[in-house]
Design a protein around this ligand. Sequence first.
Ligand SMILES: O=C[C@H](O)COP(=O)(O)O
Length: 263
Amino acid sequence: MAVNRTPLIAGNWKMNLDHLQSIAFVQKLAWSLRDAKHDYSEVEVAVFPPFTDLRSVQTLVTADKLDLRYGGQDLSEHDSGAYTGEVSGAFLAALDCRYVIIGHSERRQYHGETDELIARKTVAALRHGLVPVVCVGETAEDLEKHGPSAVPVAQLGVVLAALEADADVVVAYEPVWAIGSGQAATPEQAQQVCGALRASIAEALGDEAAARTRILYGGSVKAANIAGFMKHKDVDGALVGGASLDVGEFASIARFPKHVGTA
Ligand SMILES: O=C[C@H](O)COP(=O)(O)O
């Protein structure tokens, strides 16, 4: 089957950069990518700012006709109503968000998000025309106890059970032990788990869904290691945390095809 998955380099800002800082950052990123003649059809680039920045980012992207994508870092499973502090998929869609991150390990760890809630949020995102970036990943303890793929595959399985075969989702494999640690998984480890995740998508939703779904690796990705990950057939991009807060570094990650052969 012909496979045409556009790589996606996604920057998760987490709780960093306020709305004014987001404007300066996006402007610099756009200039940097323009100067490098970045081909967005070759490598898609997306940023995930805090909710309070999204309107500013939308204004800039619209005014400057940027090809940059953006999205929220979370959303509510509900569409509207008495849910204090929640942000609905409808609101993200109204700001022209393309994507939304769901089930990041920090949400699982600090906010008690379960696989079942993450599945409901994924369905909510799809209901509003957003592309969910569903995060899965094992802790160091899980890795020791169950091996590399069991936990991420089981986490994704709960989400896949809630999806139709034509659902447009992105999966992000982020080993918890690699996040913010400076100790990335090896490209071979990432490939092994991304391959297992793709096989689980094929089993649940069919070969066509497996062939078109992008699977990202995340966890201490930087310009110096991105090419190693991207050489592997089941790794379709990266979800970048810390390094996405440095314009030059993030732009360099997005230009990874230039590094291939140097990794
Ligand atoms: O969402 C991004 C991940 O948590 C990776 O973060 P990191 O690149 O700082 O390790």
